[in-house]
Design a binder for this molecule. Structure first.
Ligand code: ISJ
Length: 165
């Protein structure tokens, strides 16, 4: 049977939540190193990849890029929030430093799955019920992922560009 609107919107939201959660590892990889939170070159690579794959999935490239802009802003919101937390409370700072080179391929995989689900949700994202469905899905994701306020805010940002009307 085809996935229901709620199922597909849930899958999209859960993927966005996993992308928000992985920002913890990105922040831990960069904190205390010269690598900046913002990497415009890496961001542009993602936007170019998304824009080139969108038409093959029936998506408007500009719409797909707008969605990913929200994912990336959400990721950086988490990184900045964690930096502030770790600066204020050094005891909470990570004690091991993950390798960004191992995290980015995971993000690439999430990006691919997000693009697939973005295409699968085109109808529900254009529906009048989208904002309510999206809010419910984000609230459930906050619970499932045990998000604190910072990560819940980031998921709110990540899902702010989901509904197309
Ligand atoms: C996640 C990273 O940090 C930032 C956020 C990005 C993203 O969400 O994909 C990409 C580049 C950086 O601006 C990273 O450097 O990989």
């Amino acid at each position: 049977a085809p996935a229901s609107a709620s199922e597909s919107l849930w899958r999209l939201t859960d993927l966005a939540a996993r992308r928000v959660a992985i920002a913890d590892q990105v922040a831990a990889a960069k904190y205390g190193t010269p690598s900046p939170i913002d990497d415009p070159v890496r961001e542009q690579q993602i936007y170019d990849s998304v824009a080139s794959r969108a038409p093959g999935l029936g998506l408007d490239p500009a719409d797909a890029v707008r969605f990913f802009r929200a994912q990336i802003e959400a990721n950086k919101l988490v990184q900045r929030g964690l930096y502030a937390r770790w600066d204020a409370h050094p005891a909470e700072a990570p004690t091991t430093r993950p390798d960004l080179g191992q995290i980015r391929p995971v993000i690439d995989g999430l990006n691919t799955n997000l693009l697939t689900e973005l295409a699968a949700t085109t109808a529900v994202r254009a529906s009048r019920s989208c904002p309510v469905r999206q809010r419910v899905a984000a609230d459930v994701a906050d619970l499932v992922h045990r998000f604190d306020v910072l990560h819940a805010q980031a998921l709110g940002e990540a899902t702010s560009a989901t509904c197309s009307e």
